[in-house]
Design a protein around this ligand. Structure first.
Ligand SMILES: [Zn+2]
Length: 276
């Protein structure tokens, strides 16, 4: 699934490649899929997309906003799979859940894996959508300061008990993070995924905050994770330290064997020596 660095990469590449192109034909794909959420019928989508021009795309959290000017905005969210650019004359994939054909003969296709949102809004109305309305600051927003992060932990520890992994992956507390990128954040912060956030002392909070920003920045600079693909169907350059390939192998820092556990809806990989 795409997380913040992958969406930022896709937005940047759309601005290099798609901005200014005019839609000749818009389609909600050739492959029905129960877990793709659309808010338009295929006819409505085709009618509204035709003749629109792609504006400046941007990413926030696990959402990608692509203006179709004038007046509309294409919203992708909570998805993985492939979002691909096809130059004029290139063969399209066999199946896709959305297709924009441009007047110059090039195309964009999107094919989700698992599930995903592909909705078309009147510009400005997307902010009313569930999960976008009231979204908390993401690690790329200027509001995401250390003071904000520390206050978020203070707010949370008055409620139900939460672990470090829960802080990073649950309830959109820090939008844009998912099970993949957070493994490296916890490793860099020296925290076990189950470490209770109520126990974090100021230095640990500071270290975790730094690990979140440092990991995000590095993954964006490298064009997203190596196990996801960009707009040009190339894998990202960010190789995770803690993932399925690391399990059973020596920790890159101390040499202890990296362990795997199932916890909070996904596998966790961690060093039992470095992460406590
Ligand atoms: Zn270690």
């Amino acid at each position: 699934m795409f997380e913040l660095p992958e969406f930022v990469t896709l937005a940047r590449q759309m601005n290099e490649t798609l901005a200014g192109k005019t839609v000749r034909l818009g389609s909600l794909g050739n492959s029905r899929h129960k877990f793709v959420w659309y808010n338009r019928t295929p006819d409505e989508f085709a009618q509204l997309a035709e003749g629109k021009t792609v504006g400046k795309a941007r990413a926030r959290g696990k959402w990608l906003f692509v203006p179709l000017d004038p007046g509309y905005l294409l919203l992708f969210g909570e998805c993985g799979g492939r979002m691909l650019y096809h130059p004029a004359g290139a063969k399209l994939p066999e199946k896709y859940h959305l297709w924009l054909a441009f007047e110059d003969g090039s195309s964009l296709t999107a094919m989700t894996q698992m599930w995903g949102v592909m909705e078309l809004y009147e510009a400005g109305r997307e902010g009313e959508r569930q999960y976008l309305k009231g979204m908390r600051p993401t690690p790329l927003d200027p509001e995401f300061t250390f003071d904000y992060f520390s206050a978020l932990i203070d707010e949370l520890i008055t409620g139900e008990k939460r672990s470090a992994k829960a802080l990073l992956t649950q309830d959109q507390l820090i939008p844009g993070l998912g099970n993949a990128i957070t493994q490296d954040m916890l490793f860099r912060a020296g925290l076990h995924p189950r470490h209770p956030i109520s126990d974090l002392h100021p230095d640990q909070r500071r270290k975790l905050y730094g690990a979140i920003l440092g990991t995000i920045d590095e993954a964006i600079a490298k064009g997203g994770r190596y196990d996801e693909f960009d707009l040009y169907n190339r894998p990202g350059g960010y190789v995770r330290l803690m993932d399925s390939r690391a399990a059973g192998q020596p920790c890159p820092v101390c040499g202890a064997t990296v362990e795997k556990i199932q916890y909070l809806g996904g596998s966790c990989y961690f060093c039992p020596h470095c992460q406590t």
